[in-house]
Ligand binder design. Structure first.
Ligand code: AMP
Ligand code: AMP
Length: 361
């Protein structure tokens, strides 16, 4: 694990008047780069050749570094180059999707905005659950083995893969049947079985509140909210029930995009307290707690019970719906505040208050 002392040394070697904000070219990079530009930072993007078009059409990047693969971020040469550019990295979903947690915590000698230690809490389902439960959140029940299934469950593969390969089952028998089908279709592998996480299916609508934990302001801000557009699950309703039965359709959850949303106002006090409590608990587990953006993935039932099934302790792509302004960011900041900009603002203020080391790890 890269420690505070090592990061401190790098940051102290930086020209803090010329800090750059860097990230991988995908997921929420446009959100992050736009925010960085609006707060006056240089921007650095590691990007695959095929994706470079995005940064030509939206010219938000000062240094576009073409890579064959995102793992090039781990090479000593690349890291040296980023350090020379005074880069603060902003981790997003592609970091955890394409790099291993240990690589992020142990091999990335470039300062990152956020709390590196929390990556371990987030990456492991068991510790993540412990964290959320101890924060007083309501979680769906989990089942140790397929043989224990006694109600509708959602079977999940480890790692955030946009819900690809998730499936539903309501008994040990339906579980094994569906698992077998997905293996046959090449969506799962036989040895995925041991890593599958079985969670009670919470019947309700998905709500993804996004928060920003500000170390400087000592506050957790509710800044955005979205819901996802998932294929194929969001399209199944377009097929009449009789055909659904005939083709024995299996809902999958590959995320294609997101919709902005606002919650019924009476839900806000609970959603806000949940954000506060998750940060408070994180502060005990890994001081100083969450630094910057995080998102709770929830399902809200018809009894208005809020079930949390996951946390992302980083910017989520759902905040892209707020590029420009989200209603919640507007309530606190007025126009033109959004997650990417909020990150840049925190870094800018930390730098001017000589507190940069408190927000990077
Ligand atoms: P990508 O770079 O698009 O492959 O995304 C990296 C990770 O973030 C994957 O696990 C995706 O499923 C997830 N992801 C990407 N875009 C979104 C989105 N709009 N909403 C939710 N998750 C996303
Ligand atoms: P995830 O990859 O964990 O974000 O989950 C992908 C999708 O699966 C979510 O957006 C939900 O639609 C669905 N989902 C995950 N867990 C549950 C749950 N416990 N109950 C109901 N739906 C869920």
């Amino acid at each position: 694990m890269i420690g505070n002392a090592e990061v401190k040394k790098i940051v102290e070697g930086y020209d803090q008047k010329k800090l750059a904000i860097g990230t991988l070219g995908s997921h929420s990079s446009l959100n992050i780069f736009k925010g960085a530009k609006e707060e006056g930072f240089r921007t650095v993007c590691l990007c695959k050749e095929k994706d470079a078009i995005m940064y030509h059409k939206y010219p938000l990047v000062d240094d576009l570094i073409i890579v064959k693969d995102f793992t090039e971020l781990l090479s000593e040469k690349m890291q040296e180059r980023l350090r020379k550019l005074n880069v603060i990295l902003i981790p997003h979903g592609s970091f955890t999707a394409y790099l291993r947690t240990e690589e992020l915590t142990d091999s990335l000698m470039v300062p990152m905005f956020g709390n590196r230690q929390l990556l371990h809490w987030e990456a492991n389902r068991k510790s993540q659950e412990e964290w959320l439960r101890q924060a007083g959140l309501r979680l769906p029940a989990t089942f140790k083995t397929p043989e224990d299934i006694d109600r509708l469950v959602i079977a999940k593969l480890p790692g955030a893969k946009g819900g690809r390969g998730y499936f539903l089952a309501h008994s040990p028998k339906t579980f094994h049947k569906k698992f077998g089908e997905l293996v046959k279709r090449g969506m799962l592998k036989e040895d995925d079985l041991s890593g599958i996480h079985l969670q009670e299916y919470a019947l309700g609508v998905n709500v993804y509140p996004s928060y920003f934990s500000s170390i400087l302001q000592d506050d957790v801000e509710l800044l955005a909210m979205d819901r996802r557009y998932e294929s194929a699950v969001d399209s199944i309703g377009k097929i009449p029930a009789a055909e659904q039965l005939e083709i024995d359709v299996n809902p999958t959850y590959t995320v294609v995009g997101n919709f902005p949303m606002v919650a019924r106002e009476s839900l806000l006090p609970e959603l806000m307290s949940m954000g506060d409590n998750v940060h408070k608990k994180a502060r005990e587990l890994a001081p100083p707690g969450i630094i910057g953006p995080f998102c709770l993935e929830t399902v809200i039932t018809d009894e208005l019970k809020i079930f949390t099934f996951e946390i992302s302790a980083r910017i989520v792509a759902g905040t892209n719906v707020g590029i420009g302004t989200s209603p919640y960011a507007y309530l606190k900041y007025g126009e033109n505040m959004y997650m990417g900009r909020r990150i840049a603002l925190e870094i800018k203020q930390a730098t001017s208050q000589n507190r940069l080391l408190e927000v990077v790890a």
